[in-house]
Each structure stands twice: as structure tokens, then as C-alpha cells.
Design a protein around this ligand. Structure first.
Ligand SMILES: Nc1nc2c(ncn2[C@@H]2O[C@H](COP(=O)(O)OP(=O)(O)OP(=O)(O)O)[C@@H](O)[C@H]2O)c(=O)[nH]1
Ligand SMILES: [Mg+2]
Length: 302
């Protein structure tokens, strides 16, 4: 110890070496600088610490910029969910199971370093899913959680959930708890997990990205979380459209009519409906009829 450093300085140095993120490192380094010996013999040490601090600050700024530009590259689709959770919880595995994306999956921590996008087809609609890097890493993009519709909170232990939800408090998105790696538990343990999740009143689902248990139900829950309905249209005597309209719950027929016929809704002579909102197949209804998920509407113009 040629510069006769104070024990407090040495303790700060230890913490600095243990720090996980760049922000944490910067904080500890600032403390080291404030505790560094002030005498002339320690001049080099002080200069070195300041150099390190400058480098760290530059690195942090660079990462922030990269994050901003990577987010600019993500165009938000109409229906979007972001996958959030600790490292190794299986976020990439879930993304790979549900979408066309091919993220790297590995047992080593912090494999995903930037957001990864995938598209999940679900009964005629496309849902955009984004894996956010681990919540405890410096690559985690909090901004994504503010603009998305739904957040999939991935956890493999009950205790993680409240802490992650707390972190997401400022986000207006719906939160769906996805308890992953359920294949690692016995039936008895599973029952306990289920009843705990229930008692905490989480909107939750238990899955295994490995055995695919619960994955179909997860897709359905993701779609339902958006609070949207799918409505197909058909022309008289023809099959229903391949792609549905995706509309807010409570939408009335006139909204679809406006989209299809623009100013010419006056040309519509007859409206028929099949599906959940109809009393019987082909029921004749008016413009104010409220639509439900999976309805089929037929407009007759003459
Ligand atoms: N047994 C079991 N293992 C799983 C399951 N899902 C993921 N894994 C394994 O858990 C490890 C981590 O999976 P990833 O999907 O890479 O996890 P991640 O959350 O994306 O992790 P990072 O991107 O590194 O933060 C891998 O070895 C996966 O094979 C599961 O349902 N059951
Ligand atoms: Mg990953």
C-alpha cells in the first residue's frame, strides 16, 4: 500500500470491483475518488481514478445512445407485448416458442444483449413480441415497457414477482405473470405455486418453454390481454374474409361499415351476422349492433 490508503477507501475499492453494472461501477468509483488519499504521493492514483471515471461515463453515454437508436429501429405493431424478467428465466426460449424469431438460448447469464423482435400469428392476427434484455442488466430497455400494450413478467420463483412488478409500476401496460420452467417441479409443488399465485391475485399462467405445457393457453391469454375483438366480413354468397378486423371491445357495426364503405354507408341495404353476437346464424341486424370476438358480418348493398 504505497500511497497509504485509508481503510474506507479500500472498502470502497472492494465494492467497486464487485459492482455489476456500469452505473453501479461509476457510483462506487466516485466514492473511491472522494476517499482517495489527498497527499502528493497519491497524485498518480487520483489521476488514474479520474481517467477511469471519464471512460466509464463515456461508455454509459455510448450505451444509452445505442439503446435509443435500437429502440428507434422497432416499429410498434398494433398488438405488442414485451417479455421482461431476470436473466436465465427463459425469455428467449419463450420468444422462440411463440414466434418466428431465433434468439440465442443459453444457460449462461445475460445472453440477450439487445431487444429481439418476433411475430406471433394467432388465429388470423399478428402479434409483435419483444424480448427485453434481463431486467437487472444495463441493456434492459425501460422505455419499451412504457409504450407497449402488455408485459409478460417471466419468473421462475414466486419471490421474484413482486420486485419485478414494483419495477414496472410506472408502466400503463397490462401485466401477465408467466411462471416458466414448471417442468422442474413435482405435481404437488405445482399445486402450491398455483394457489400462491392465485392468492396474490396475479393475472398469471404456468408454462414450460421446454415441454410446451401451457403454451397454447399463453397465446390465448396474450391476445385476450389486449381487450380486442376479431371481426370477419363476407360478401353475399362468399366465404368470410381471410383476415379479421382487429377492433376495440364494444365496437358497433357502423364502425366497420365506415371503414369499408367510407362515405357511402348509405348504400348498405341489409346487414347479416353470424357468430357469438348473433341470436341465430344469419340474423339481420342494424348499424348499432355491438360486435363480439369472432363475429362474421355481411353487408348487402343492393
Ligand atoms: N427446464 C427448463 N429449462 C428451461 C425452460 N425455459 C428455458 N430453459 C433453459 O433456461 C436457460 C435460459 O434460457 P433463455 O431462454 O436463454 O433465458 P433468458 O431469460 O433469455 O436469459 P438471458 O437472455 O441470458 O438473460 C436455457 O438453458 C434454457 O434451455 C423451461 O421451461 N424448462
Ligand atoms: Mg435471452
Amino acid at each position: 500500500m504505497p500511497v497509504n490508503a485509508h481503510p474506507e477507501y479500500l472498502a470502497a475499492e472492494k465494492e467497486y470491483l464487485k459492482a455489476q453494472t456500469l452505473e453501479e461501477k461509476m457510483e462506487k468509483l466516485k466514492r473511491m475518488i472522494s476517499l482517495a488519499p489527498k497527499h502528493k504521493g497519491a497524485e498518480n492514483l487520483r489521476a488514474d481514478l479520474k481517467r477511469r471515471l471519464k471512460k466509464l461515463q463515456e461508455q454509459i453515454e455510448k450505451n444509452k445512445k445505442a439503446k435509443r437508436s435500437s429502440r428507434q429501429g422497432i416499429k410498434k405493431e398494433e398488438l405488442q407485448a414485451v417479455i421482461v424478467g431476470h436473466t436465465n428465466s427463459g425469455k428467449s426460449s419463450i420468444l422462440a416458442t411463440l414466434t418466428n424469431a431465433k434468439p440465442k438460448i443459453s444457460e449462461t447469464c445475460f445472453t440477450t444483449q439487445s431487444p429481439i423482435i418476433g411475430m406471433m400469428p394467432y388465429e388470423g392476427v399478428q402479434i409483435q413480441l419483444i424480448e427485453n434484455p434481463a431486467i437487472e442488466s444495463e441493456n434492459y430497455d425501460k422505455g419499451l415497457t412504457h409504450t407497449t400494450d402488455t408485459i409478460l413478467v417471466v419468473a421462475t420463483e414466486i419471490q421474484e414477482i413482486p420486485e419485478i412488478l414494483h419495477n414496472l409500476k410506472s408502466s400503463p401496460a397490462k401485466k401477465l405473470v408467466v411462471f416458466n420452467k414448471i417442468d422442474l417441479y413435482t405435481e404437488n409443488e405445482k399445486r402450491k405455486i398455483r394457489s400462491t399465485l392465485q392468492s396474490k391475485r396475479y393475472d398469471y399462467i404456468i408454462i414450460s418453454a421446454k415441454t410446451l405445457e401451457g403454451v397454447e393457453e399463453l397465446k390465448e391469454k396474450i391476445f385476450k390481454s389486449f381487450g380486442k375483438i376479431r371481426v370477419y366480413t363476407k360478401e353475399p354468397g362468399k366465404e368470410k374474409s381471410e383476415k379479421p378486423f382487429v377492433l376495440p371491445k364494444g365496437t358497433k357495426i357502423k364502425e366497420i361499415a365506415k371503414r369499408i364503405f367510407k362515405q357511402k354507408t348509405g348504400n348498405i341495404k341489409k346487414i347479416k351476422i353470424w357468430g357469438p353476437s348473433s341470436k341465430f346464424p344469419g340474423q339481420e341486424v342494424g348499424m348499432d349492433h355491438e360486435l363480439q370476438d369472432l363475429d362474421v358480418v355481411e353487408f348487402r348493398t343492393k
